[in-house]
Ligand binder design. Structure first.
Ligand code: PEP
Ligand code: MG
Length: 326
């Protein structure tokens, strides 16, 4: 089975009815690009930069410098040989603590995490932005911002990116002045106010791991409530399908980079919603590709539309399973 899948490495991900799908990989460290390439990923859809910080924080709590970060990002960009690399800015806090404060926060998932933390630590954030921008001189880089929920957070972030560019210009350092900037859609408020994001951003990436956590009020790492963590809850399907549809209407690329994108049981459901870009752990990529090669959008799309009108969990589960037999 593994061997059969590996034959698909160079096969383009195209549905039976000829629709091209983009399959990207999620990575945590620059050296993970090898696994991404081995799986035939056409780019990196999510480079979780916080792992660079989590490794070096350790006992001495030293954050990587701008130059050290630049070196890591450049390494990933070079390894991908012209394929796009989407670097997400620091997404620490909650399930990814880097400081003692993260562990003592009353409610870490709702606290000063991700972009909130970055906007509160502008020096640190600016050095990361400069490092990412500098890497964009070596190949196509996209900049992805986690946990945005408010218009003023988007505006502040974009202003800081422009400031980082100005600083680099002043210092005579090269970068891509047209670097695409995107938002993670992972807070329900963002999904429900999508036009704010579509107007300001170049692309969107749905983080289903957090979107499920926040929509269902289920801690994603708490085993006691794991049975309530349901990716096909009708509320989740609504937020996913509306984000994909509004993005398409606004002509702005939308991907899914949460675990749902790598779950072959959900591939057809996402295709049926109109999703064209999936980013996942490299280990899932060829199985998802196989599912895509066997899918016919003209059959799946109307069936998915019907699923989106269902409310009863059992009926939804049955209909989603039925898509795989379509
Ligand atoms: C997500 O929330 O779905 C996501 C992709 O990011 P992370 O798992 O790193 O929070
Ligand atoms: Mg997330």
């Amino acid at each position: 089975e593994r061997k059969k899948l590996s034959k698909l490495k160079k096969t383009p991900a195209v549905t039976k009815d000829g629709v091209e799908i983009t399959l990207l990989a999620n990575i945590e460290l620059p050296q993970d690009t090898q696994a991404a390439l081995d799986a035939g990923a056409v780019g990196i859809g999510l480079f979780r930069s916080e792992f660079l910080f989590m490794g070096s924080a350790g006992h001495n709590h030293r954050l990587p410098t701008e130059d050290e970060q630049f070196e890591s990002y450049r390494q990933a960009v070079a390894a991908m040989k012209g394929r796009p690399v989407t670097i997400r800015t620091l997404d620490i806090g909650a399930d990814k603590p880097i400081s003692a404060a993260d562990e003592t926060a009353l409610n870490p998932a709702l606290g000063l995490r991700a972009i909130r933390y970055c906007l509160a630590e502008p020096q640190m954030f600016m050095s990361q932005l400069r490092a990412i921008l500098r890497a964009s001189a070596y190949g196509p880089v996209k900049l992805l911002v986690p946990m945005l929920a408010h218009a003023h957070e988007i505006d502040q972030t974009l202003t800081m990116i422009e400031q980082a560019k100005a600083q680099l210009r002043e210092a005579g350092k090269k970068f891509d002045p047209l670097i695409p900037v995107g938002a993670m859609i992972e807070v329900p408020a963002a999904a429900l106010t999508l036009p704010l994001f579509a107007q300001r951003m170049d692309f969107l990436s749905i983080g289903t791991n957090d979107l499920i956590q926040y929509t269902l009020a289920v801690d994603r790492v708490d085993h006691e409530v794991a049975h309530l963590y349901n990716p096909i809850h009708p509320a989740i399907l609504y937020l996913l399908s509306s984000t994909i549809a509004i993005g398409a209407k606004a002509n702005i690329p939308v991907s899914v980079c949460g675990e749902m994108a790598g779950d072959i049981k959900l591939t057809r459901l996402l295709l049926g919603m109109g999703l064209k870009e999936f980013s996942m752990h490299p280990a899932q990529l060829l199985s998802v590709k196989q599912e895509i090669l066997n899918s016919d959008l003209s059959v799946i799309t109307p069936r998915t539309r019907k699923i989106l009108r269902l409310m009863e969990p059992a009926a939804i589960a049955e209909a989603v399973a039925g898509l795989r037999a379509a």
